[in-house]
Design a protein around this ligand. Sequence first.
Ligand SMILES: NC(=O)c1ccc[n+]([C@@H]2O[C@H](COP(=O)([O-])OP(=O)(O)OC[C@H]3O[C@@H](n4cnc5c(N)ncnc54)[C@H](O)[C@@H]3O)[C@@H](O)[C@H]2O)c1
Length: 257
Amino acid sequence: MNPMQRQLHQKAILVTGALGALGQAAVRLFLKRGASIVACDLKSVEEAEDIGELQTRYGSDRIAYLQADVTREDDLERLERWIEAQRGRLDGVYHNAYTNKTAPIAKQSLAEWEDTLRGTLTSSFLMCRCASRLMGPEGGGGSVVLTSSILSRVPVVENAAYSAAKAGVEQLVRVAAVELAPQGIRVNAIVPGDFKAESFLAQAGEQFNETMRRLTLAGRSGYPNEINEVAALLLSDAATYVTGAHYPVTGGFELCR
Ligand SMILES: NC(=O)c1ccc[n+]([C@@H]2O[C@H](COP(=O)([O-])OP(=O)(O)OC[C@H]3O[C@@H](n4cnc5c(N)ncnc54)[C@H](O)[C@@H]3O)[C@@H](O)[C@H]2O)c1
C-alpha cells in the first residue's frame, strides 16, 4: 500500500462545514488516507448526497453524516454524545464552518456583526472545547485544525466582522495550544488565500484568471485539496511536534500587494 494511503489510518476525524467546497473535498481526501469521518454541516441529510455514495464505497463505520449547527451548544452536545457512543473518541477536528455577512462598517447591523463572530470565532472556541472533551484527558490527545483566512491579515473592505473573527481564530489557536497541550492536543490553523472548486476553475473566464495572475505568486486561485493536504499533514502523526502555528496556503497572495 502507498504510505500516503495510511497517512490518517484509524484516525477518527470530525469535519465541520463538510458540505462546503473545502469540507467536501477534505472528506474524500481523508477517507482515501485511511481516516474514519464524522461529517457535520447545517444542511439536511437530503442535501448530503455524496455521503450515501461514500458510505457504499467505504462503509458506514468509516463515514457518517450528522446535521448540526456548530454555534449551538445543544447540537454540539448531541454530536459529542453520538461520537462517544459510536466512535469512542476523536483524534482530529477540521473546522471549516463559518459565517460572513459582508457590509461596509457604516452600514453593518449589530446582528450581522454578531452572527459573523458567532459563526466564525465562537464556533472555533466550541470546537476546541469539543476536542478537549473527546480527545483528553484519557483520550490520548489529538489534533485540531482551525481554518483562518488571509483576510485576518490583509484588509479588504466590507469584511470587517469576518476579518476580525479570523484574526481572533489565530490568537485562539495560540491560547488553545497552550491550554490543551497537557491533554496531548495540538491546535493549529490553516490560513487560506483564494481558492475555488475545480468545476469553477475549469470554466473561469480570462478576466478572473488575469486577476489571479496579478494577485498571487502562483498565478492562479488554489484548488481545495491544495489547502486540505496541509490539513491532512497537521492531522497526521507526521506533525506531532507542530502546535500553536498558522500556515498560510495562499499561493503568495499576501506578498503581491
Ligand atoms: N473559499 C475561499 O476562498 C476561502 C478563503 C479563505 C478562507 N476560507 C475559509 O475556508 C473555510 C471553508 O470555506 P469554503 O469555501 O469551503 O466555504 P463554503 O461556503 O463552501 O462551505 C461552508 C460550509 O459550512 C456550513 N456551515 C455554515 N455555518 C455552519 C454552522 N453554524 N454549523 C454547521 N455548518 C455550517 C455551510 O452550510 C457550508 O456547507 C471557511 O472557514 C472559510 O472562512 C475560504
